[in-house]
Design a binder for this molecule. Structure first.
Ligand SMILES: *Cc1c(COP(=O)(O)O)cnc(C)c1O
Length: 375
Protein backbone atom coordinates (compact mmCIF):
# COMPACT_ATOMS: atom_id res chain seq x y z
CA UNK A 1 0.00 0.00 0.00
CA UNK A 2 1.31 3.44 -0.81
CA UNK A 3 -0.14 6.04 1.51
CA UNK A 4 -0.16 9.19 -0.53
CA UNK A 5 -2.26 11.57 1.52
CA UNK A 6 -0.41 13.48 4.25
CA UNK A 7 -2.73 12.58 7.16
CA UNK A 8 -2.20 8.88 6.41
CA UNK A 9 1.56 9.34 6.16
CA UNK A 10 1.49 11.19 9.50
CA UNK A 11 -0.18 8.21 11.17
CA UNK A 12 1.98 5.49 9.63
CA UNK A 13 5.45 6.78 8.72
CA UNK A 14 8.11 5.40 11.07
CA UNK A 15 5.38 3.51 12.94
CA UNK A 16 6.07 -0.12 12.01
CA UNK A 17 5.32 -2.44 14.97
CA UNK A 18 8.36 -3.16 17.16
CA UNK A 19 10.28 -6.07 15.60
CA UNK A 20 11.05 -7.73 18.95
CA UNK A 21 7.60 -7.57 20.58
CA UNK A 22 5.01 -6.52 18.01
CA UNK A 23 4.18 -3.46 20.12
CA UNK A 24 2.07 -1.10 18.01
CA UNK A 25 3.32 1.98 19.91
CA UNK A 26 7.00 2.76 19.36
CA UNK A 27 9.35 1.92 22.23
CA UNK A 28 11.52 4.68 23.73
CA UNK A 29 15.17 3.70 23.58
CA UNK A 30 17.00 5.62 26.28
CA UNK A 31 20.32 3.76 25.97
CA UNK A 32 23.31 6.05 25.54
CA UNK A 33 25.51 3.24 24.26
CA UNK A 34 25.02 0.10 22.18
CA UNK A 35 27.09 -3.10 22.33
CA UNK A 36 29.54 -3.26 19.46
CA UNK A 37 31.90 -5.86 18.07
CA UNK A 38 35.45 -6.32 19.33
CA UNK A 39 36.71 -4.13 16.50
CA UNK A 40 33.95 -1.54 16.99
CA UNK A 41 31.53 -3.07 14.46
CA UNK A 42 28.01 -1.62 14.77
CA UNK A 43 25.99 -4.80 15.37
CA UNK A 44 22.50 -3.31 14.93
CA UNK A 45 23.40 -0.02 13.32
CA UNK A 46 23.87 1.99 16.53
CA UNK A 47 26.87 2.95 18.61
CA UNK A 48 26.34 5.98 20.85
CA UNK A 49 23.20 8.06 21.41
CA UNK A 50 24.67 11.31 20.06
CA UNK A 51 25.29 9.47 16.77
CA UNK A 52 21.70 8.23 16.57
CA UNK A 53 19.17 5.98 18.28
CA UNK A 54 16.15 3.92 17.17
CA UNK A 55 13.44 6.26 18.54
CA UNK A 56 14.99 9.22 16.82
CA UNK A 57 15.31 7.25 13.58
CA UNK A 58 11.58 6.61 13.55
CA UNK A 59 10.97 10.36 13.83
CA UNK A 60 13.54 11.09 11.10
CA UNK A 61 11.76 8.59 8.85
CA UNK A 62 8.36 10.19 9.55
CA UNK A 63 9.66 13.72 8.89
CA UNK A 64 11.36 12.72 5.63
CA UNK A 65 8.21 10.91 4.45
CA UNK A 66 5.91 13.82 5.35
CA UNK A 67 8.07 16.44 3.63
CA UNK A 68 8.94 14.15 0.72
CA UNK A 69 12.66 14.42 1.49
CA UNK A 70 15.53 11.97 1.12
CA UNK A 71 16.76 12.28 4.69
CA UNK A 72 16.14 14.24 7.91
CA UNK A 73 18.07 15.32 11.01
CA UNK A 74 16.47 16.09 14.35
CA UNK A 75 17.74 18.64 16.86
CA UNK A 76 17.28 19.69 20.48
CA UNK A 77 15.28 22.75 19.33
CA UNK A 78 14.26 24.64 16.22
CA UNK A 79 17.03 27.13 16.91
CA UNK A 80 19.60 24.29 17.10
CA UNK A 81 18.43 23.14 13.65
CA UNK A 82 18.63 26.69 12.27
CA UNK A 83 22.04 27.33 13.84
CA UNK A 84 23.55 24.06 12.63
CA UNK A 85 22.53 24.56 9.00
CA UNK A 86 23.77 28.18 9.05
CA UNK A 87 27.07 27.05 10.64
CA UNK A 88 27.65 24.93 7.54
CA UNK A 89 27.88 28.05 5.36
CA UNK A 90 31.42 29.12 4.51
CA UNK A 91 32.86 32.19 6.27
CA UNK A 92 31.97 35.35 4.40
CA UNK A 93 28.88 33.84 2.76
CA UNK A 94 26.00 36.17 1.86
CA UNK A 95 22.59 35.10 3.11
CA UNK A 96 19.16 36.48 2.16
CA UNK A 97 16.64 36.44 5.01
CA UNK A 98 13.01 37.64 5.12
CA UNK A 99 12.46 41.05 6.68
CA UNK A 100 9.52 39.55 8.58
CA UNK A 101 10.79 36.45 10.34
CA UNK A 102 11.15 34.55 13.59
CA UNK A 103 12.96 36.61 16.26
CA UNK A 104 15.61 33.92 16.77
CA UNK A 105 16.74 34.15 13.13
CA UNK A 106 16.86 37.92 13.45
CA UNK A 107 19.07 37.59 16.55
CA UNK A 108 21.44 35.12 14.83
CA UNK A 109 21.76 37.60 11.95
CA UNK A 110 22.36 40.59 14.22
CA UNK A 111 24.61 39.05 16.86
CA UNK A 112 26.27 35.81 15.83
CA UNK A 113 26.58 35.28 12.07
CA UNK A 114 28.55 38.52 11.47
CA UNK A 115 31.22 37.24 13.93
CA UNK A 116 32.12 34.73 11.19
CA UNK A 117 31.88 37.28 8.43
CA UNK A 118 28.51 35.96 7.25
CA UNK A 119 26.53 38.77 5.65
CA UNK A 120 22.79 38.48 6.22
CA UNK A 121 20.72 40.72 3.96
CA UNK A 122 17.11 41.34 4.91
CA UNK A 123 14.65 41.42 1.98
CA UNK A 124 10.91 41.52 1.45
CA UNK A 125 10.34 37.93 0.28
CA UNK A 126 6.89 38.84 -1.04
CA UNK A 127 8.54 41.13 -3.60
CA UNK A 128 10.23 39.01 -6.30
CA UNK A 129 11.86 42.08 -7.88
CA UNK A 130 13.45 42.99 -4.56
CA UNK A 131 14.77 39.44 -4.16
CA UNK A 132 16.05 39.45 -7.76
CA UNK A 133 17.87 42.71 -7.11
CA UNK A 134 19.39 41.28 -3.92
CA UNK A 135 20.67 38.32 -6.00
CA UNK A 136 22.86 40.68 -8.08
CA UNK A 137 25.69 39.90 -5.64
CA UNK A 138 26.56 36.23 -4.88
CA UNK A 139 24.08 34.50 -2.56
CA UNK A 140 24.95 31.27 -0.72
CA UNK A 141 21.56 30.73 0.88
CA UNK A 142 18.03 32.01 0.46
CA UNK A 143 15.97 31.67 3.65
CA UNK A 144 12.18 31.64 3.33
CA UNK A 145 9.60 31.67 6.11
CA UNK A 146 6.00 31.41 4.92
CA UNK A 147 3.56 32.27 6.36
CA UNK A 148 5.90 34.60 8.25
CA UNK A 149 6.05 35.57 11.89
CA UNK A 150 4.19 37.67 12.97
CA UNK A 151 2.78 39.49 9.92
CA UNK A 152 1.67 36.28 8.17
CA UNK A 153 3.22 37.36 4.88
CA UNK A 154 3.16 34.74 2.13
CA UNK A 155 6.25 34.11 0.00
CA UNK A 156 6.01 32.27 -3.33
CA UNK A 157 8.19 29.22 -2.66
CA UNK A 158 8.31 27.94 -6.26
CA UNK A 159 9.25 31.34 -7.71
CA UNK A 160 11.84 32.02 -4.99
CA UNK A 161 13.37 28.54 -5.34
CA UNK A 162 13.76 29.08 -9.06
CA UNK A 163 15.32 32.50 -8.50
CA UNK A 164 17.63 31.22 -5.77
CA UNK A 165 18.78 28.26 -7.86
CA UNK A 166 19.45 30.51 -10.86
CA UNK A 167 21.97 32.28 -8.62
CA UNK A 168 23.45 29.12 -7.10
CA UNK A 169 21.83 29.55 -3.68
CA UNK A 170 20.66 26.78 -1.37
CA UNK A 171 16.97 27.40 -0.68
CA UNK A 172 15.70 26.76 2.85
CA UNK A 173 12.08 27.07 4.02
CA UNK A 174 11.08 27.38 7.68
CA UNK A 175 7.84 25.37 7.45
CA UNK A 176 6.95 25.58 11.14
CA UNK A 177 3.70 27.56 10.76
CA UNK A 178 2.30 25.50 7.88
CA UNK A 179 3.60 21.98 8.62
CA UNK A 180 3.85 19.42 5.76
CA UNK A 181 0.13 18.74 6.21
CA UNK A 182 -0.55 22.12 4.58
CA UNK A 183 2.57 22.94 2.57
CA UNK A 184 5.40 20.86 1.09
CA UNK A 185 8.30 23.15 0.14
CA UNK A 186 10.54 20.42 -1.31
CA UNK A 187 7.90 19.60 -3.93
CA UNK A 188 7.88 23.33 -4.78
CA UNK A 189 11.63 23.29 -5.42
CA UNK A 190 13.24 24.08 -2.04
CA UNK A 191 16.38 22.18 -0.99
CA UNK A 192 15.88 22.06 2.77
CA UNK A 193 12.89 22.36 5.11
CA UNK A 194 13.39 23.52 8.69
CA UNK A 195 10.95 22.92 11.57
CA UNK A 196 10.54 23.90 15.14
CA UNK A 197 8.90 20.59 16.09
CA UNK A 198 8.19 22.31 19.41
CA UNK A 199 5.10 23.74 17.75
CA UNK A 200 2.51 21.77 15.72
CA UNK A 201 4.45 18.48 15.54
CA UNK A 202 4.71 18.25 19.33
CA UNK A 203 1.29 19.82 19.47
CA UNK A 204 0.84 19.86 23.25
CA UNK A 205 3.20 22.63 24.45
CA UNK A 206 5.33 20.10 26.31
CA UNK A 207 8.38 19.26 24.20
CA UNK A 208 11.19 21.22 22.53
CA UNK A 209 12.66 20.02 19.23
CA UNK A 210 13.79 20.95 15.76
CA UNK A 211 14.37 19.30 12.40
CA UNK A 212 15.86 19.70 8.96
CA UNK A 213 14.58 17.68 6.01
CA UNK A 214 16.75 17.51 2.89
CA UNK A 215 15.53 17.02 -0.67
CA UNK A 216 18.71 15.08 -1.45
CA UNK A 217 21.10 13.10 0.72
CA UNK A 218 23.99 15.05 -0.78
CA UNK A 219 27.34 16.33 0.50
CA UNK A 220 25.70 19.33 2.20
CA UNK A 221 23.12 17.15 4.02
CA UNK A 222 25.93 14.87 5.19
CA UNK A 223 27.97 17.86 6.35
CA UNK A 224 25.02 19.10 8.44
CA UNK A 225 24.44 15.61 9.93
CA UNK A 226 28.14 15.24 10.74
CA UNK A 227 28.21 18.66 12.35
CA UNK A 228 25.14 17.79 14.45
CA UNK A 229 26.67 14.52 15.63
CA UNK A 230 29.97 16.15 16.57
CA UNK A 231 28.65 19.41 18.08
CA UNK A 232 25.85 17.56 19.85
CA UNK A 233 22.63 19.64 19.77
CA UNK A 234 20.78 16.34 19.38
CA UNK A 235 17.17 15.53 20.27
CA UNK A 236 16.71 13.43 23.43
CA UNK A 237 14.93 10.07 22.80
CA UNK A 238 12.00 10.89 25.07
CA UNK A 239 11.51 14.17 23.19
CA UNK A 240 11.72 12.29 19.88
CA UNK A 241 9.02 9.92 21.16
CA UNK A 242 6.71 12.78 22.20
CA UNK A 243 7.12 14.47 18.81
CA UNK A 244 6.49 11.16 17.03
CA UNK A 245 3.37 10.74 19.14
CA UNK A 246 2.25 14.24 18.18
CA UNK A 247 2.85 13.38 14.55
CA UNK A 248 0.14 10.69 14.65
CA UNK A 249 -2.63 13.23 15.27
CA UNK A 250 -1.10 16.02 13.17
CA UNK A 251 -3.59 15.61 10.33
CA UNK A 252 -6.63 15.79 12.60
CA UNK A 253 -5.21 18.66 14.62
CA UNK A 254 -4.20 20.76 11.62
CA UNK A 255 -7.67 20.36 10.10
CA UNK A 256 -9.25 21.67 13.28
CA UNK A 257 -6.67 24.44 13.80
CA UNK A 258 -7.46 25.65 10.25
CA UNK A 259 -11.25 25.43 10.69
CA UNK A 260 -11.12 27.26 14.02
CA UNK A 261 -8.77 29.92 12.61
CA UNK A 262 -11.24 30.57 9.79
CA UNK A 263 -14.08 31.22 12.26
CA UNK A 264 -11.87 33.44 14.42
CA UNK A 265 -10.52 35.36 11.40
CA UNK A 266 -14.00 35.88 9.92
CA UNK A 267 -15.31 37.18 13.25
CA UNK A 268 -12.38 39.53 13.80
CA UNK A 269 -12.34 40.79 10.20
CA UNK A 270 -15.95 41.96 10.65
CA UNK A 271 -15.37 43.62 14.05
CA UNK A 272 -15.23 47.44 14.13
CA UNK A 273 -12.40 47.51 16.73
CA UNK A 274 -10.09 45.59 14.40
CA UNK A 275 -8.10 47.46 11.78
CA UNK A 276 -6.63 44.44 10.07
CA UNK A 277 -6.59 40.64 10.27
CA UNK A 278 -3.45 38.99 8.91
CA UNK A 279 -4.53 35.48 7.91
CA UNK A 280 -3.76 34.17 4.42
CA UNK A 281 -7.15 32.46 4.16
CA UNK A 282 -8.95 35.80 3.87
CA UNK A 283 -9.54 36.85 0.25
CA UNK A 284 -8.42 40.36 1.28
CA UNK A 285 -4.94 39.12 2.33
CA UNK A 286 -2.28 40.26 -0.18
CA UNK A 287 -0.77 36.75 -0.23
CA UNK A 288 -4.07 34.90 -0.55
CA UNK A 289 -3.66 33.83 -4.19
CA UNK A 290 -0.14 32.46 -3.64
CA UNK A 291 -1.22 30.76 -0.39
CA UNK A 292 -4.21 29.17 -2.14
CA UNK A 293 -1.81 27.80 -4.77
CA UNK A 294 0.89 26.43 -2.48
CA UNK A 295 -1.03 25.48 0.68
CA UNK A 296 -3.79 22.90 1.23
CA UNK A 297 -5.33 25.13 3.90
CA UNK A 298 -4.30 28.36 5.60
CA UNK A 299 -3.14 27.34 9.05
CA UNK A 300 -3.96 28.13 12.65
CA UNK A 301 -1.80 31.24 13.09
CA UNK A 302 -2.99 34.78 12.60
CA UNK A 303 -2.24 38.27 13.79
CA UNK A 304 -4.55 41.22 14.27
CA UNK A 305 -3.99 44.95 14.42
CA UNK A 306 -6.33 47.05 16.55
CA UNK A 307 -7.79 50.45 15.67
CA UNK A 308 -7.00 51.69 19.19
CA UNK A 309 -3.26 50.92 18.89
CA UNK A 310 -1.06 49.58 21.68
CA UNK A 311 -3.44 50.45 24.52
CA UNK A 312 -6.35 48.67 22.85
CA UNK A 313 -4.17 45.64 22.08
CA UNK A 314 -3.00 45.32 25.69
CA UNK A 315 -6.54 45.87 26.99
CA UNK A 316 -7.90 43.13 24.77
CA UNK A 317 -5.11 40.68 25.69
CA UNK A 318 -5.73 41.28 29.39
CA UNK A 319 -9.50 40.62 29.17
CA UNK A 320 -9.40 37.23 27.44
CA UNK A 321 -10.35 34.22 29.52
CA UNK A 322 -10.16 31.24 27.15
CA UNK A 323 -7.00 32.49 25.38
CA UNK A 324 -3.82 32.46 27.46
CA UNK A 325 -1.25 35.24 27.22
CA UNK A 326 1.85 33.27 26.32
CA UNK A 327 4.47 32.93 23.63
CA UNK A 328 4.87 29.93 21.29
CA UNK A 329 2.19 28.26 19.19
CA UNK A 330 0.80 25.03 17.84
CA UNK A 331 -0.55 23.59 21.10
CA UNK A 332 -4.11 22.50 21.91
CA UNK A 333 -4.78 25.69 23.88
CA UNK A 334 -5.28 29.05 22.16
CA UNK A 335 -2.54 31.58 22.89
CA UNK A 336 -2.32 35.30 22.32
CA UNK A 337 0.68 37.59 22.57
CA UNK A 338 1.55 41.26 22.20
CA UNK A 339 4.72 40.56 20.21
CA UNK A 340 6.25 44.03 20.55
CA UNK A 341 6.28 43.60 24.34
CA UNK A 342 8.36 40.41 24.19
CA UNK A 343 10.82 41.37 21.44
CA UNK A 344 13.31 43.12 23.70
CA UNK A 345 14.85 46.57 23.36
CA UNK A 346 14.10 47.21 19.69
CA UNK A 347 10.77 45.57 18.91
CA UNK A 348 9.98 45.18 15.22
CA UNK A 349 6.34 44.17 15.50
CA UNK A 350 3.76 46.96 15.24
CA UNK A 351 2.57 48.13 18.68
CA UNK A 352 -1.08 47.55 17.68
CA UNK A 353 -0.46 43.88 16.85
CA UNK A 354 -1.49 40.74 18.72
CA UNK A 355 -0.39 37.32 17.47
CA UNK A 356 -2.82 34.46 17.94
CA UNK A 357 -2.26 30.72 17.91
CA UNK A 358 -5.76 29.32 17.44
CA UNK A 359 -6.12 26.12 19.45
CA UNK A 360 -8.49 23.17 19.51
CA UNK A 361 -11.22 24.52 21.77
CA UNK A 362 -14.78 24.82 20.42
CA UNK A 363 -14.58 27.71 17.94
CA UNK A 364 -17.80 29.24 19.31
CA UNK A 365 -16.15 29.60 22.74
CA UNK A 366 -13.12 31.25 21.14
CA UNK A 367 -15.31 33.71 19.26
CA UNK A 368 -17.39 34.45 22.38
CA UNK A 369 -14.23 35.12 24.38
CA UNK A 370 -12.88 37.49 21.70
CA UNK A 371 -16.26 39.25 21.56
CA UNK A 372 -16.36 39.88 25.33
CA UNK A 373 -12.73 41.06 25.37
CA UNK A 374 -13.45 43.57 22.61
CA UNK A 375 -16.48 44.64 24.62
C1 LIG B 1 9.55 28.62 17.46
C2 LIG B 1 10.09 28.87 16.10
C3 LIG B 1 11.44 28.68 15.82
C4 LIG B 1 12.45 28.29 16.88
O1 LIG B 1 12.20 27.02 17.40
P1 LIG B 1 12.53 26.58 18.93
O2 LIG B 1 12.05 25.18 18.96
O3 LIG B 1 11.81 27.52 19.84
O4 LIG B 1 14.01 26.69 19.10
C5 LIG B 1 11.86 28.91 14.51
N1 LIG B 1 11.00 29.31 13.55
C6 LIG B 1 9.69 29.52 13.80
C7 LIG B 1 8.80 29.97 12.70
C8 LIG B 1 9.19 29.31 15.08
O5 LIG B 1 7.89 29.52 15.33
Amino acid sequence: MTAIRPATVAVHAGNQPDAATGAVAAPIHLATTFRHGAAGERLAGYEYQREGNPTNDRLREALAALEGGATACTFASGMAAMTTVLECLPNGARLLVPDDCYTGLRMLCAEFLPERGIRPVSVDMTDLDAVRAACAEPVAMLWIETPSNPLMQVADIAALAQLGHAHGATVVVDNTFATPLLQRPLALGADIVMHSTTKYFGGHSDVLGGALVFAHDDAFAQKVAHRLHVTGAVLAPFSAWLILRGCRSLGARMAMHCANARKVADFLAAHPAIERVNWPGLASHPGHAVAARQMRDFGGMLSIQLRGGRAAALAMASKLQVFTNATSLGGCESLIEHRASVEGANPRSPQDLLRISVGLEDADDLVADLAQALG
